[in-house]
Design a protein around this ligand. Structure first.
Ligand code: FES
Length: 290
């Protein structure tokens, strides 16, 4: 720190500050990931050969994404999913890959990648299991399910933590566990997602059977939605790439998405002849000038 009399101390830039951040972070993996270990990160971007990590097909997919938008920077979100489809998380090299292709700075890419929870800062397991612990799911058993999976995938002495992986990341049968905010299926609470596919109306027993099956290499059918793939496969779909064969496309990504519970209100309204009052065509108020 440099301090002038009567002024606020100014942190010195450089590794010493990063080291201080790490010491202060302790075991907080999110902080550590935002401020990579100086010893490990030193020179990583200069030394990394991106072509060794991202093959010609991935570069071609990146160009395909960029061509979908009027401005290349608009492709950043799908590009980060593309990176995850290769590495299972957003690495420092992945950040550099996006920055180079989109003509952004590493800092601009990092700012986005660390804002959204769907971009992972550490390598994920073959499957990502998200347990909703938001208010309604928590009250309906989501908290108990999460705690049960923490000890089932870890142990009583060392429960698996948020965003930690049971098994070796990227290896078959490995599972990353996370608690999630509302997964937009409150009428089917408590819910779990595996690679973002829904498993509704869960119990502790059902959740344990689900992760046991995943660890055994099985792919149980979600309650609704597309069949299960794996985390990297789901990330490729989120990036916007699907099988070209129409039949295969339907098989891979299609499935019933609605549930009886979700449509119950609409059904009651239809049975009773209820309709919403017509909206008047009222002009929007003027926006106040500043
Ligand atoms: S609270 Fe869990 S889906 Fe909404």
């Amino acid at each position: 720190m440099s301090t002038q009399p009567g002024t606020t101390p100014t942190p010195e830039p450089g590794t010493s500050l990063a080291e201080q951040t790490h010491i202060a972070a302790g075991g907080d993996v999110d902080v550590i990931a935002i401020a990579p270990d100086p010893a490990e990160a030193e020179g990583i971007l200069e030394n990394a050969k991106l072509e060794d990590i991202f093959d010609a097909d991935t570069y071609a997919k990146a160009q395909n994404l960029i061509a979908r938008y009027p401005q290349s920077r608009s492709a950043l979100l799908p590009m980060l999913h593309l990176v995850q489809s290769v590495q299972g998380y957003v690495s420092q090299e992945g950040i550099a890959f996006c920055a180079q292709n989109l003509d952004l700075s590493d800092a601009e890419v990092s700012a986005v990648a660390t804002f959204y929870t769907m971009y992972k800062r550490r390598p994920c397991g073959e499957h990502l299991v998200s347990v909703c612990t938001n208010t309604l799911c928590a009250a309906m058993g989501g908290d108990a399910i999460y705690k049960k999976l923490q000890t089932h995938l870890g142990s009583e002495e060392k429960p698996l933590g948020h965003n930690e992986t049971a098994g070796t990341p990227n290896e078959p049968g490995s599972i990353t566990l996370e608690h999630a905010e509302c997964l937009a299926a409150c009428d089917l609470a408590p819910v779990i997602q595996v690679n973002y596919e829904y498993f509704d109306n869960q119990t502790e027993e059902k959740a344990v059977a689900l992760v046991d099956a995943l660890q055994a290499g099985k792919k149980p059918a979600p309650t609704r939605g597309a069949p299960l793939t794996n985390f990297k496969g789901a990330e490729l779909q989120l990036a916007g790439f699907f099988p070209e064969d129409a039949q295969q496309y339907r098989t891979d990504v299609d499935g019933p998405s609605q549930a009886v519970e979700t449509l119950r209100g609409a059904q009651v309204a239809q049975d009773r002849g209820w309709t919403a009052p017509a909206m008047k065509d009222v002009p929007l108020p003027e926006v106040e000038k500043k």
